[in-house]
Design a protein around this ligand. Structure first.
Ligand SMILES: C[S@@+](CC[C@H](N)C(=O)[O-])C[C@H]1O[C@@H](n2cnc3c(N)ncnc32)[C@H](O)[C@@H]1O
Ligand code: FES
Length: 457
């Protein structure tokens, strides 16, 4: 029993230069056309569209298979898509001119192609050709840059329900020829579909990149476009050991808003897990250092009406924080104040001090100082909670934590990512006990330390 009315597999395998493949014969255009047609017919939830690897019939690509009928199609073109869908949705006859059901010939081709492929790979290896995975890593910024530029130009919103390149260019106030090039590249990347001169958003781009969508991520993703510029200085930063002092972005307020929007996206998802892990029953007063959007303080306030939170952040962020708190309807429980956590008076008597996605901004010495000051600010039995990317003991992974260290190198004066033992040592040195690490779903972990009651305090 199939869980879907139809299940369509489209081969999108890419192969090394000189070896035929479905990706090389435009299977992504077929995929885009299928996606567009399913959206148009409102069948996204009834028909499952799945990309797959090589089916062995590469010389006859693009290849697709339709289940439950188990029909194999070859040399499919985007213009064939409506006919194929209609035939299978109506339970009618498959599109005969595209069907391939000669099993012995198919098997012979698959075997022959497999042998040719292995021979080609062996020849490349012998000739010392750069392996594809290295080549792809080196060019990985091409797709990334296309998407970031499309987001900067708000191109997906301009494509809307469908538009030509000229119409999109007019809307985004850009050159028509270069807009067409970008649109075509986005089709090739599977982020748009194209039929004749018309471009359409895919289901994902409609949902995540178009302004009117409730799940639109564009504003938070613009932060990645902003930090692209600092990442371009990585070579100089590695040479000199410090970030390249650049001018402030042309519109620093906009930069800060994109940054806090991006932080809010991550924090909003993680905050309820942290609230659940730390439990709120014994909490009355919380200090959130560098609270950003206030997502954590808001989650604690919403979980327990007896909790009072204070958020400390820099002057340009505080108005944004205040607005998030107001929108969440917890202004009576969450107070926001301006200050520099490295220098300002932190206050005292808190049951919990939080440092979420904050330690990576600072150097080892600054974090040691912050942990000591957090300890002073806590009431006996109070806890310090740190959420961050935690490196393995060799500092070579997980990948995101190791790459994030470089993100801090190019974007901050002294930041980095740190290992569990570094956090534990700093907490111990500050006086904390019962230090534990709790892995959260996703790339970040939580480290908690307790301020023990003793006569000395
Ligand atoms: C990466 S964001 C994390 C925001 C929030 N904690 C979260 O997890 O979403 C770091 C925050 O620390 C704030 N910050 C950086 N340096 C600070 C300082 N010296 N004093 C107070 N806040 C600071 C930034 O403005 C920003 O809001
Ligand atoms: S690459 Fe598609 S069948 Fe081989």
């Amino acid at each position: 029993m199939e869980p879907f009315r139809l299940h369509l597999f489209v081969c999108t395998q890419q192969k090394p230069e000189g070896v035929t493949s479905c990706a090389g014969s435009s299977s992504f255009a077929v995929l885009g056309a299928l996606d567009g047609e399913l959206q148009k017919r409102g069948l996204i939830n009834e028909v499952q569209l799945t990309t797959c690897g090589c089916l062995g019939l590469c010389d006859e690509g693009p290849v697709m298979v339709v289940y439950p009928a188990g029909v194999w199609y070859r040399r499919v073109q985007p213009s064939d898509v409506p006919e194929i869908l209609e035939a299978h949705l109506d339970g009618g006859r498959p599109v005969e001119r595209l069907v391939w059901n000669d099993a012995p010939a198919m098997k012979a081709m698959a075997v022959e192609h497999g042998e040719k492929f292995r021979a080609a790979m062996a020849a490349r290896d012998k000739a010392g050709v750069l392996p594809d995975r290295l080549d792809q890593m080196l060019r990985a910024y091409w797709p990334s840059r296309c998407l970031l530029t499309a987001l900067e130009l708000d191109l997906f919103t301009a494509v809307g329900d469908g538009a030509t390149a000229a119409q999109v260019a007019t809307k985004i106030k850009a050159n028509a020829r270069s807009t067409a090039m970008l649109l075509n590249a986005l089709v090739a990347l599977g982020l748009l579909s194209k039929s004749g001169d018309d471009y359409k958003n895919t289901a994902d781009s409609t949902r995540f990149f178009v302004q009117s969508s409730k799940d639109n991520h564009r504003n938070s993703l613009l932060h990645l476009a902003n930090i692209w510029h600092s990442w371009s200085t990585l070579t100089d930063a590695v040479r000199s050991g410090a970030r390249v002092p650049g001018e402030l972005p042309a519109d620093h307020l906009e930069w800060t808003r994109d940054f806090i929007t991006a932080m809010q996206r991550n924090a909003k998802e993680r905050a309820p897990l942290v609230v659940k892990t730390l439990a709120t029953a014994n909490l009355r007063r919380i200090l959130d250092l560098g609270g950003g959007s206030g997502a954590y303080a808001i989650a604690f306030a919403q979980a327990n009406p007896n909790i009072q939170c204070e958020i400390l952040d820099v002057p340009e962020v505080v108005p944004l924080t205040t607005e998030y708190v107001r929108q969440a309807g917890v202004s009576a429980q969450v107070k926001v104040r301006t200050g520099d956590m490295l220098q300002s008076d932190l206050g005292s008597g808190y049951d919990l001090v939080m440092m979420n996605a904050v330690c990576h901004i600072f150097s080892e010495e600054q974090n040691q100082g912050l942990f000591r000051r957090a300890y002073q600010a806590l009431a006996p039995r109070g806890r310090l909670a740190v959420v961050d990317f935690i490196l393995n003991p060799e500092k070579s992974g997980p990948q995101q934590a190791a790459l994030f260290a470089l993100n801090m190198l190019v974007n901050t004066d002294a930041g980095a990512t740190y290992s569990e033992s570094e956090y534990t040592d700093w907490m111990k040195a500050a006086g904390f006990a019962e230090i534990s690490r709790i892995n959260l779903p996703g790339p970040a972990s939580l480290i908690v330390g307790l301020k023990k009651w003793s006569l000395a305090h």
